[in-house]
Structures are given as structure tokens and as C-alpha cells.
Design a protein around this ligand. Structure first.
Ligand SMILES: [Zn+2]
Ligand SMILES: [Zn+2]
Length: 626
């Protein structure tokens, strides 16, 4: 800082010709806008030749970080330059827009004499960059129909991108007509922008037709198409296009790999991820930190935390995103102790933890039942690291206290919250009440949840069960009557399992699989076997679980049980069975998986909507709390 002041003072004394020295002074001043502005003012006191002044002002404009900074430069331009010099007028307009000062930008633009098509284009692209579609379109049409300037490729690209960002379908289609009228419908850059726009609109067909109508697709065309498939939930097509792209002799770049990895999030095939991992190495992209972080995140979601760790270890200089992703992996898998050690290490390495870091750390503590650690980190989070607790932190703490049966402490914490508790917080308390059968608190939590989210059927079922358990039959029937008057969006439960380069999907009572007879015979066989060693079905439990697919007579045919039977039929005994479930696993399926892991001597990994469950030797890593 002292050196900056020193520079400020010696600045004006320097020889006028030594403009280069001044330009060298700008980068340090950039760090501190006050000093930067002061330095500008000092600089402006002296007068120099026009050209060095122009280049210095252009440089200053690029580094400008506030509207007032922009205005200082603007004043200097008015005093000694013409707006046309080095297009500085256009650049000032862009700068005002980037700083979010639309009125300043518009006023300057209106006052500027000799506006040419470059000026108009820069205004259009400025509005597009800040996502102001209304102004962008207004200028776009004024430019041509009032001022008689021609649109060019740049103009179109800016407006297409604004329409894509705002998901403005009608305007987007109009633009497509404009492009056809201008004879630009086959210009590769324009078409790529349209592919991207139609992808954002969800018009996959239009994107597809445009792509194949191109005389020659370039790298961006392929990447855009890959992104279209991924964004629209058709990940297998993204993989097909990737293969076609390779056949066409194109080498994947960062954008290709990121799109593919995103596709894998929706198509969780372990072998596919391994294959892409191989491609990443052959393309020399393994040093790319964004790719490595996405990859480690993906392996963790696939239940392969050990591989995530390997990917992490290979990152030479992990940034905050990579460190947070690794911590999230430990949390999701319930490795609380490792998460704490990792957190300590990241702090030693100089990372400043933020609210996301603490969310993962507290969630890791809660998933592993580490009450004392959780309380400690919750305390030092605000006291030492000055991170104010947010709703996510409170729900982790309620979950943590609830898991250990400290329901009253959890309730007191909710009551002491400076924020209005959300469904995450009440849901965590309700979960604890379900396990510890606390009727009073459970009732309050369920009532709050219903008030917050009246369209979620699970809360009504839970409340009705709580009333029944307490013998409050009339209240229970009132809740059920209320349920009948509501229309619920039902999220069907389904489980996925990978086998033979394919994802097999099962729903409750599913007979659609070609081998379904075999699968159901296997399921009956394992249910019989586990009953022989003491498994008791949980259907009689009053506070039984509340997934949409729960129907007492269907409990033995839950999707995860069918997936489990299928997995046992087709996989090797030495491989862990990985099942992905879209909703929370029910108590009965959880118990089934525990017994199966014991009698079949298998490791079973089930990822539900909340966390990973690692079953082996009759136990689960979640210690029966989830
Ligand atoms: Zn179940
Ligand atoms: Zn579990």
C-alpha cells in the first residue's frame, strides 16, 4: 500500500514523454479503485500528446471498476479527444453498460455525433451482455428501420444470445426469419448461435435440423449440439454425437468434455465415465481444473469416493471449487472424520472457508452423528470465521441434534433462529420425530411443513400417522379428508442400476423388464431367505415411511428391491452393487438391504435423494438414520 502512495506522489513528477511508465502504474492502481481514480486525476493534470493519452485512457477504461471511474475518464475524453478516436465513445458506452448504468450509456450514445454501424453494434451487444432484451431489441430495430444501418453477423449474434438468455421464443423465431432474409441462414457462427438458442428453448428438433443443414459443422457446432442434448435430458444422444464427432476427425476440447460429463450426471454409467476419463487423458485435458473437479464430483455421485480422491490428488493446485467438491464428497458418503481432517487441511493450506464449506462440513458431521464436532464447528463458524449461519446450516444442526435424540435441543435451536425456518429445517425435525416417535414435536413440524408446502403429500401422510399414533382418530381422518381435496404432483419412485453398458430402470411392481420373471423369482427367494434369519417386514409400523410408492401391499415390490434382485442376478460377487434411487429409501427397503448384505456377503451401495448408504455385514454406514 505504501508503494502505491509513493507511486501516486512520484507520478506527476515524471517526465511527460514517459507515458509507458504511467501505463505500468495502472495495474497496481487497479486493485484499489480510490487510488486508481486519484492517480487518474493526477495524471490528467499534466497534458500529453494525444496518442499516448488515448491509449492510456483505453487501458484505464478496460480496468475501470465503477461508474464514477468511468465518468472521470469520460470527462477527460470530452476535454481533449473526439469520441471517434479509437472508438473511445463506443467503448465508454459499453463500459457504462457493464457497470449497470443504462441511463449514462444511453445519454452518451444519444449525444455522440457521427454514430456508425460499429457504434450501433456495440450498443446492441452491450445490452445483450447485461441481459437487457427489451433495450437490445429496441436498438436492434431502430438501427435498421429508423437509422437505415445494415445488420451484420455481429448484430445478429448479440440479439440471438439475448433471446436465448431470456428464453424469448417469439422474438427468437422472428430473428431466425431475419437471418433467412439476410441470407445468413447457413453462416456457421449464426447457425451455432441459433442451435444454442433453440436448445435453451427446448426446441430440440429445430436445433437438430439446423445442425444437419449446415454445409460443414465446426467444433462449436458439435459442442453446441452436445449441450442441447444434455440440457434437454437426452444424455445418450450427447454420447452418440460425441462418437460421431470423433469419427469426423474432431478432437474434443474443454467444452466437449464438460458437456459430456454433464450428460453423465443424468446417465450415471460408471463405464462411460471411465471411458471419458480415458479420453481426458489422451486429449491432455487432465490438468484442467474445471474438468478434474467435475469428474471427481461425478465419481463421488456414482458411489466411487476412492476414485474421486485419486482424481483430487492429481490436481496440482486445487482451487476453492475443487476443495469444496471433495469435502462435499466426504459429506455425501457420511465420512465425517475424513471430512473434518480434510477441512483442517484446507484451512492450513490457506483456504478461507465460506458458507458452502460449512454446509458440507456440518452435513458431514450430521451424516456421521458427530454431535460434539458439529456443535464446535457451528460455533466457530460465526465466532471465528465470521460466516453467519444460514438456513442450510440450521437444518444440518437440527438433523445432527435430532439424530442423537436431542429433540428438545433441536427444537430450541429452531426457536432461537433469527431467520424464518424453512422446509429443510422442519423436515429435519420431523425426520427425528419419526425415528424417536415424538408425537408433540412431530405434529408441530408436520403442521409447519404443510403450511410451507401444501402440495407435498408426504407431509399430510406423516401428520395423519402422527395423529393415529396418538389415538387422535378424528384429527387423523380430518387430515386424510383434506388430502382428498388437494391435487398433488406425484413424483414416481424409481431405481436405477447399471449393467452391460446400460442403465436399467425399475418402478414399483415393475414387470416391464425382459427378464422380469427371473427377477421376481430372485426377489421372492431373497425375501424368503432373509425372513429365515430374522427379517421382519416394517409394514405394521404406524409411523411407517411415506414415499409415494408406499402401499402396504406393494412394499415387497419397491423399485429398489427389484433393482437389488436384478443386481444379484447379473453381477459378480466381488463387485459392489450400486443402486440409485430418486426418492428417499424407505425403512423396509433399508432393512432388506442390510440383511441381504449379510447373507449374500455383498457390499451394497444405495444412493437416495439425501445421501449414500453403504451396506455391508448387515450394517449401514448411515447407522440407520437418514
Ligand atoms: Zn422401499
Ligand atoms: Zn443407511
Amino acid at each position: 500500500m505504501f508503494r502505491l502512495f509513493h507511486a501516486k506522489f512520484i507520478g506527476p513528477k515524471l517526465h511527460p514523454q514517459k507515458t509507458i511508465t504511467f501505463q505500468l502504474l495502472f495495474p497496481p492502481f487497479k486493485c484499489c479503485s480510490l487510488l486508481f481514480e486519484t492517480s487518474l486525476q493526477f495524471y490528467f493534470i499534466s497534458s500529453y500528446r494525444r496518442d499516448p493519452l488515448l491509449s492510456t485512457l483505453l487501458l484505464a477504461l478496460k480496468s475501470s471498476s465503477s461508474v464514477s471511474c468511468c465518468r472521470v475518464i469520460h470527462a477527460r475524453v470530452i476535454k481533449s479527444l473526439d469520441y471517434r478516436d479509437g472508438f473511445i465513445g463506443d467503448q465508454l458506452v459499453s463500459c457504462y453498460l457493464n457497470m449497470g448504468s443504462t441511463p449514462d450509456a444511453q445519454k452518451l450514445f444519444d449525444e455522440m455525433p457521427h454514430k456508425d454501424s460499429i457504434s450501433w453494434n456495440s450498443l446492441v451487444s452491450g445490452f445483450s451482455r447485461i441481459g437487457d432484451l427489451g433495450n437490445c431489441l429496441r436498438v436492434f430495430y431502430t438501427m435498421r428501420y429508423e437509422m437505415a444501418f445494415e445488420w451484420n453477423e455481429l448484430t445478429l449474434l448479440s440479439v440471438i444470445s439475448a433471446c436465448a438468455f431470456a428464453k424469448a421464443r417469439d422474438e427468437g423465431w422472428c430473428l431466425h426469419c431475419c437471418a433467412v432474409k439476410l441470407g445468413m441462414e447457413l453462416e456457421v457462427k449464426v447457425v451455432n448461435a441459433f442451435i444454442n438458442m433453440y436448445g435453451k428453448f427446448g426446441c430440440v428438433d429445430s436445433a437438430f435440423k439446423l445442425f444437419w443443414a449446415l454445409p460443414e459443422q465446426n467444433m462449436v457446432s458439435w459442442n453446441s449440439m452436445l449441450a442441447v442434448w444434455t440440457q434437454n435430458g437426452i444424455p445418450n444422444e450427447a454420447v452418440n454425437y460425441f462418437n460421431m464427432m470423433r469419427v469426423n476427425g474432431l478432437f474434443p476440447d474443454e467444452a466437449t468434455i464438460l458437456s459430456l460429463l454433464q450428460a453423465c450426471e443424468k446417465l450415471p454409467l460408471g463405464r462411460l465415465v471411465e471411458a471419458i476419463h480415458g479420453v481426458i487423458f489422451t486429449c491432455g485435458l487432465n490438468e484442467n481444473i474445471t474438468i478434474a473437479t467435475t469428474l471427481l464430483n461425478l465419481y463421488s455421485k456414482l458411489g466411487r469416493l476412492n476414485v474421486s480422491h485419486k482424481v483430487f490428488a492429481e490436481i496440482s493446485k486445487p482451487d476453492k471449487v475443487a476443495l469444496t467438491a471433495m469435502l462435499a464428497g466426504y459429506a455425501m458418503h457420511g465420512h465425517g472424520k475424513e471430512a473434518i481432517e480434510f477441512f483442517k487441511w484446507t484451512v492450513r493450506e490457506g483456504m478461507k472457508p465460506d458458507h458452502v464449506t460449512f454446509t458440507h462440513l456440518l452435513s458431514a458431521c450430521s451424516h456421521s452423528g458427530l454431535v460434539m464436532d458439529g456443535k464446535y464447528y457451528f460455533q466457530i463458524m460465526s465466532d471465528f470465521y465470521r460466516v453467519q449461519p444460514q438456513l442450510d446450516h440450521y437444518s444440518c444442526m437440527v438433523d445432527l441434534l435430532g439424530r442423537c435424540g436431542m429433540l428438545n435441543d433441536a427444537y430450541r435451536l429452531i426457536k432461537s433462529m433469527p431467520l424464518e425456518p424453512n422446509s429443510g429445517v422442519w423436515g429435519a425435525l420431523l425426520g427425528a420425530c419419526r425415528v424417536y416417535r415424538n408425537i408433540n414435536l412431530g405434529k408441530e413440524a408436520a403442521e409447519n411443513l404443510i403450511a410451507l408446502n401444501p402440495s407435498d403429500p408426504r407431509n399430510y401422510i406423516m401428520l395423519s400417522n402422527i395423529y393415529s399414533a396418538a389415538g387422535l382418530w378424528s384429527d387423523a381422518s380430518k387430515v386424510r379428508a383434506l388430502m382428498k381435496t388437494k391435487v398433488f404432483i406425484r413424483n414416481a419412485g424409481c431405481s436405477f442400476i447399471e449393467h452391460g453398458n446400460k442403465i436399467h430402470r425399475f418402478v414399483v411392481d415393475d414387470y416391464s423388464h425382459p427378464d422380469s420373471d427371473k427377477i421376481h423369482r430372485k426377489l421372492e427367494e431373497i425375501m424368503r431367505k432373509i425372513k429365515e434369519v430374522g427379517f421382519v417386514s416394517e409394514t405394521e409400523s404406524i409411523l411407517h415411511d411415506v414415499d409415494e410408492e408406499v402401499k402396504t401391499d406393494m412394499i415387497n415390490k419397491h423399485s429398489e428391491k427389484i433393482a437389488l434382485a436384478f443386481g444379484l442376478l447379473v453381477s459378480n460377487a466381488d463387485m459392489p452393487l450400486v443402486i440409485i434411487k430418486n426418492l428417499r429409501i424407505c425403512l423396509d427397503c433399508h432393512n432388506t438391504a442390510k440383511f441381504v448384505s449379510l447373507i449374500e456377503k455383498r457390499t451394497i451401495i444405495i444412493r437416495d435423494s439425501k445421501r449414500f448408504h453403504h451396506f455391508s455385514d448387515g450394517l449401514c454406514s448411515c447407522a440407520d438414520y437418514w
